[in-house]
Design a protein around this ligand. Structure first.
Ligand SMILES: NC(=O)c1ccc[n+]([C@@H]2O[C@H](COP(=O)([O-])OP(=O)(O)OC[C@H]3O[C@@H](n4cnc5c(N)ncnc54)[C@H](OP(=O)(O)O)[C@@H]3O)[C@@H](O)[C@H]2O)c1
Length: 449
């Protein structure tokens, strides 16, 4: 009979519970898929023993001492599912030093410490598998690293944060404001009480850093990825986008030019017919372009107990049959070996959507157009609807710009540009914000046709 494989589950929260359930409820299927080796859950490590758990694992020791679980000679695989970048890093390094393989779903850990962890794994001749770290249940790590191995990847566009996608979908579909959509996401459990890392683009940037490592071999620290979140999107932007035939999505993008790759996370206007524009709610999707295959689209549940656990268990099975050991050695991830350099997104060319609240006065439109012309940006179309008198807004304006308590007429001005360099567009937007006729900072997003 084939030798069994001992597993320590460090962290038994949302994902850990799902992993424990698959391993216990589908033990026969797991053994068959593991080439006859039974997968034995020997330890569940948690922080609070008193907390009720939704899973019972007969025969597993439940404790709080991760070091003891990792050191157990009957354990061959340590599954890190506690999250964060401090104790999780200690767990992974201790597991490798003890000769155990590691499975993790922790993109923040990989993005911050990938180099050190993978060096340690190579030294220990063990593997780190992380299919669940990006886009939960979607097998994007294997797709990039294995199934598309014949390609040079030339572009990645991903909806990698389900919370942001839920909020933007709600705004587009029911015309609700950002804050109301966020409250609804929190009520339904799609957003944390503190949603910052989801809505400011940090979570998507961590995942993009991991994808960029696999696709291009570049090690992007979280600070290397330019990011713009979704909090600045107003209900009027979703309305204008719809009027123009677009939907706003938070995209994590990697664009290749020569031997450079630009990585950024930002809201983008996508044509309503674009497959990514149709990804609704908390779902994730990744559009990968390869030089041989062309475009491929991967879509599914990007988070949640069972979808994420599905990917974690696939990693365990890969280790059980020895597949992960072969691919890990060949992939040389986080080894510093790459022919690509990271480039700022300044040179990436795109069309832009620009929306500013402007005073409805002669000359303002000309001033705005001049700011764009100064950066050699050509205008494709302009939308300016009838102004409404809005004395309430005058109170929000900086002193000296409103006139003495006089009601002013303000109007949203929307400009769609032709293709321009991002850097030039940013410079134009900066100049525009200083114009006396422009009330508050302009909002701008790139447009993907
Ligand atoms: N949730 C998702 O849908 C999802 C999707 C993709 C990737 N991920 C990643 O998966 C990882 C786990 O996420 P999660 O949502 O499952 O987190 P979670 O629900 O907060 O669970 C964390 C678990 O770790 C335990 N823990 C925390 N600190 C510990 C410590 N110092 N010692 C021992 N145990 C400790 C907690 O114990 P207690 O239960 O006693 O508090 C809990 O069981 C994270 O890296 C996350 O980014 C999650």
């Amino acid at each position: 009979m084939a030798e069994s494989l001992g597993i320590a589950l460090v962290g038994c929260g949302t994902v850990g519970t799902g992993v424990a359930r698959i391993l216990t409820e589908h033990a026969g299927r797991m053994t068959a898929r593991a080439g006859g080796r039974s997968l034995v859950l020997r330890h569940l490590v948690v922080r609070d023993l008193a907390k009720p758990r939704d899973v019972v694992v007969p025969g597993a020791a439940v404790g709080t001492d991760w070091r003891a679980a990792v050191a157990d000679p009957a354990v061959q695989i340590v599954v890190e599912l506690i999250g964060g970048t401090t104790i999780a890093k200690d767990v992974v390094l201790a597991a490798l030093a003890a000769g155990k393989h590691v499975v993790t779903a922790n993109k923040a850990l990989l993005a911050a410490h990938g180099f050190e962890l993978f060096e340690a794994a190579r030294k220990a001749e063990r593997v780190i598998c992380f299919e669940a770290a990006v886009a939960g249940g979607i097998p994007i790590i294997r797709a990039l690293g294995e199934s598309l191995a014949a390609n040079q990847i030339t572009g990645i566009q991903g909806i990698l944060n389900g919370t942001s996608n839920f909020i933007l979908s709600a705004m587009a579909e029911s015309g609700t404001s950002y804050s109301d959509a966020l409250k609804e996401a929190q009520r339904l459990g799609y957003a944390e009480a503190d949603p910052t890392l989801d809505v400011d683009g940090s979570d998507a940037a961590h995942k993009l850093a991991v994808l960029a490592q696999i696709a291009f071999g570049v090690t992007a620290q979280p600070g290397d990825i330019e990011k713009q979140g979704i909090a600045g999107i107003d209900a009027m932007d979703t309305r204008f986008a719809a009027e123009l035939g677009y939907t706003i999505k938070l995209l994590a993008e990697a664009w290749v030019a020569d031997k450079t790759v630009a990585l950024h996370v930002a809201p983008v206007l996508l044509r309503r017919t674009d497959p990514l524009a149709q990804v609704r709610g908390a779902f994730n999707a990744v559009l990968v372009t390869g030089d041989v295959v062309g475009e491929t689209l991967f879509q599914g549940a990007g988070a949640g107990m069972m979808p994420t656990a599905s990917s974690v268990v696939a990693d365990i099975l890969d280790i059980a049959v020895g597949r992960a050991q072969k691919t890990f050695a060949a992939a040389k991830l986080w080894s510093g070996k790459t022919e690509f350099a990271l480039a700022p997104s300044d040179k990436v060319r795109s069309r832009f959507y620009l929306r500013a609240l402007v005073r409805d006065e002669p000359g303002v439109l000309a001033d705005v157009c001049r700011c764009l012309a100064n950066e050699r940006i050509s205008i494709a179309s302009i939308i300016q609807h009838e102004a409404v008198e809005s004395p309430a807004l005058s109170a929000d304006l900086p002193a000296g710009r409103t006139g003495e308590n006089q009601p002013i007429l303000m109007v949203p001005l929307v400009i769609m540009t032709h293709v321009a360099e991002t850097g030039r567009f940013r410079a134009a937007a900066k100049a525009l914000a200083k114009l006396p006729g422009v009330c508050g900072p302009a909002v701008f997003f790139s447009v993907d046709d």
